[in-house]
Design a protein around this ligand. Structure first.
Ligand code: ATP
Length: 243
């Protein structure tokens, strides 16, 4: 498993720079919460990591590999779970899973076992041959999550996972994420649901106006904010909103 390293990146849209020399790391075996107000630039960071928008400064690496120089090589190292599910209308649920397994060169037996486990976990066994246009938003989200959990990337990028899933699916999702973390994956999670983030994340990056405000564990941030028993919400209000 490899470290994701964002090194002094600047990026934006056309000539408008949104990210200003942003640096942080996600180490193997940790869940890092990327937290910030609307418009702070969190999605822009995700797009930079996924190689969707070009960097005007800095670089992003996974292990020793620069994502810009070897985009194919890093593809198998990353899984992205977006806030808004993107599925192929013409592929069934089974075909989505098979397509993911094929593009990551998965062993057939491992694929079968994981597929069956995930279908049961997310209660979608009876939808295997259905097309996404008959799925609810939560069901579509579950398909994306199942695709991401099929294989073993070094890094998971998860955008707003606590919105749209029912309580049982949220629990299953959290359990699986913790298993992946135990297995050594690094997870970068963008969310506005701070009480959930407080429970699941090992470390936080507070982000505002295209810059890292501060980073640390809950303990570090409590110290920094002088809120000894403060919740992540309290600390965020003090360190970010007061800027
Ligand atoms: N495609 C685009 N073209 C031009 N500007 C954009 C584009 N996408 C985002 N922006 C601008 O970039 C800034 C950061 O947006 P971004 O979507 O990264 O914020 P965010 O932190 O993800 O916000 P939210 O929490 O609302 O999802 C905003 O000022 C936004 O207007």
């Amino acid at each position: 498993m490899n470290t994701l390293e964002v090194k002094a990146i600047s990026a934006g849209y056309d000539k408008h720079i949104i990210l200003h020399e942003v640096s942080f790391k996600v180490e193997p075996g940790e869940i890092v919460g990327l937290i910030g107000p609307n418009g702070a630039g969190k999605t822009t960071i995700i797009k930079s990591i996924l190689g969707i928008i070009p960097l005007t400064h800095g670089e992003i690496t996974i292990g020793a590999v620069n994502i810009k120089l070897s985009p194919q090589q890093v593809k198998g190292e990353m899984a992205y779970i977006p806030e808004n599910p993107l599925l192929y209308d013409e592929l069934t649920l089974l075909e989505h899973l098979e397509f993911t397994a094929m593009s990551h060169g998965m062993d057939k037996k491992i694929f079968e076992n994981r597929k069956n486990y995930l279908l049961k976990l997310f209660h979608l066994e009876d939808k295997l041959h259905h097309f996404p246009n008959s799925f609810s938003k939560g069901m579509r989200q579950k398909v994306m999550i199942m695709c991401a959990f099929l294989y073993d990337p070094s890094i998971y990028i998860v955008d707003e996972p606590f919105v749209g899933l029912d309580p049982k699916a949220t629990r299953s999702f959290t359990t699986f994420l913790l298993q992946k973390k135990e297995a050594g994956a690094g997870i970068l999670m963008c969310t506005h649901v701070l009480d959930a983030a407080e429970k699941i994340c090992d470390r936080f990056i507070f982000f505002n106006q295209g810059k890292v405000v501060t980073t640390g564990t809950l303990r570090d941030l409590r110290k920094e904010s002088n809120l000894e028993d403060g919740s992540l919400n309290d600390i965020y209000d003090k360190l970010v909103e007061e800027e």
